[in-house]
Design a protein around this ligand. Structure first.
Ligand code: G2I
Length: 450
């Protein structure tokens, strides 16, 4: 762990902003020199992963594999573990392309998300023509066989994909699987749990990002029902395919937080955002920050590596251009990950003091803890120890604004981003409300003896 001791005139002690809790370093505001330089390493600082979809037929492309090996620590097979790929003829299973992706990933120390055991789309021809109890048994046999084959080798499965309808109703999508009975989803989850008890079992869908969408509410109600009845579900995947007609919602962290509060992990599973330049970069930053703001948002996966690898390549929706160069969107994601967030294990961060040689001994520690969050703002609390005569600076990142404070009467620098707080007789703690304006970074703190 690195401590950055910055000398401030006539101030004896300066706090550093780095804490390590339970082996996972949590950064409030990482110093540039200590920032991680890859997406995976940056995500790992808060206990998260950063993944990508991989296509087996690209594993011979050295540029592609070079970026894959360097930047990502989680892999999803883009098509190779789907129903049509793994059971092309009924009862005949084919795992060779899925295995190529899985083995490449595991040989490089990466984990694998399995995608997807049951889906209305990409069914093999024989299954498309089935219905009723024959289809139900075929689907359950597929789930059982595929999850058993990969038992112990995948971190998580998208057990059921895209089962809810678009539009206003919030109900299920019509499909041959849905017509076998409304309980087909829970039956699939139970079969998957029996086959691989240690894989995390996820429901995965798109257009479920905005908390106000009826589809989001429909999925939420299903997950709540599953949790209340003991149906084995561990996680919810948010595909996160965005474009100008379907932008990143400002309430994304609310959605993620509300699902997480049901007792499941949440994950961004297929992220891509059409666009270019700073507009695209800002949207990627917003998604990253929404995940970082939710302790149980355990990782982000982008749906491909280079723009040219994307299922919608004309929209240039990924983090690397067709030549494999990092885009502005890459930098915004990396910086957001390096700016920290809610750890997936620890929930508070402690600042640490260090002495500057030759200066007055003693010192103070300012400890930041998260308070309540709303769609447009969040609260932070600071507790100070070591002295009753403290001065704490709180620096927020533009375009954030502090819109309220309590237990202190702060002064401000000319930018309005740096607040200086002193004791006002209310004890050694104070708090504030930050309007985030799309930036969910935690503020940085210094503590000094006044
Ligand atoms: O559509 C984007 C994604 C939405 N969520 C579920 C994901 O599984 C889905 O991924 C896309 C793949 O990126 C595409 O690559 O799913 C499509 C349909 O399964 C994939 O497209 C298929 C084409 O439809 C096939 O014609 C083609 O043979 O890709 C196949 C392999 O290139």
């Amino acid at each position: 762990m690195t401590l950055t001791a910055k000398s401030v005139s006539r101030v004896a002690l300066v706090s550093s902003l780095v804490a390590a809790v339970a082996g996972a370093a949590v950064l409030l505001a990482a110093p540039a020199s200590g920032a991680a330089s890859t997406l995976a390493a940056a995500a790992e600082q808060s206990g998260r992963y950063f993944g990508t979809a991989v296509a087996a037929n690209k594993l011979g492309d050295s540029t592609y594999v070079g970026i894959l090996n360097r930047e990502f620590d989680m892999v999803t097979a883009e098509n190779e573990m789907k129903m049509d790929a793994t059971e092309p003829n009924q009862g005949q299973f084919s795992f060779s392309n899925g295995d190529r992706i899985l083995n490449q990933a595991r040989n490089q120390g990466k984990r694998v998300r399995g995608h997807a055991l049951a889906w209305h789309s990409q069914q093999p021809g024989w299954m498309q023509n089935m219905s009723g109890s024959a289809l139900r048994s075929a689907m359950l046999n597929h789930v059982t066989q595929v999850a058993s084959y990969y038992k112990g080798k995948v971190y998580a499965w998208d057990v059921v994909n895209e089962a809810f309808a678009d539009g206003g109703g919030g109900g299920r999508r019509d499909s041959n699987l849905q017509r076998t009975g409304n309980d087909w989803i829970e039956a699939a989850f139970r079969a998957a749990r029996s086959a691989d008890p240690n894989a995390k079992l996820c429901y995965n869908d798109y257009n479920t990002d905005n908390w106000s969408n009826a589809k989001t509410q429909g999925v939420y109600n299903m997950v709540r029902d599953f949790k209340s009845r003991g149906v084995p579900i561990d996680c919810v995947g948010f595909q996160a395919h965005f474009n100008s007609g379907n932008p990143v919602p400002s309430n994304y962290h609310t959605t993620l937080g509300n699902f997480a509060a049901l007792g499941v992990d949440v994950q961004i599973t297929e992220l891509d955002i059409e666009g270019s330049g700073s507009g695209q970069a800002q949207q990627f930053q917003g998604v990253t920050q929404a995940c970082l703001a939710v302790a149980r948002c355990t990782g982000i996966t982008v749906w491909g590596i280079r723009d040219s690898d994307s299922w919608r390549s004309s929209g240039t929706p990924l983090l690397f251009d067709g030549s494999g160069n990092k885009k502005a969107a890459y930098t915004s994601v990396l910086n957001a990950l390096n700016s920290g967030g809610t750890g997936t294990n620890p929930t508070t961060t402690t600042t640490t003091t260090t002495t500057t040689p030759g200066e007055q001994p003693g010192g103070c520690t300012a400890t930041y803890s998260e308070g309540q969050k709303w769609s447009d703002r969040f609260n932070g609390n600071v507790t100070v120890s070591g002295t009753d005569n403290w001065v704490v600076t709180v620096t927020v990142s533009s375009p954030q604004k502090v819109i309220a404070t309590w237990n202190t009467s702060p002064s401000w620098d000319s930018s309005g981003n740096v607040m200086t707080a002193r004791p006002n007789g209310s004890g050694n703690s104070f708090g504030f409300t930050i309007q985030h304006n799309g930036n969910w970074s935690w503020p940085s703190l210094t503590c000094s003896v006044g």
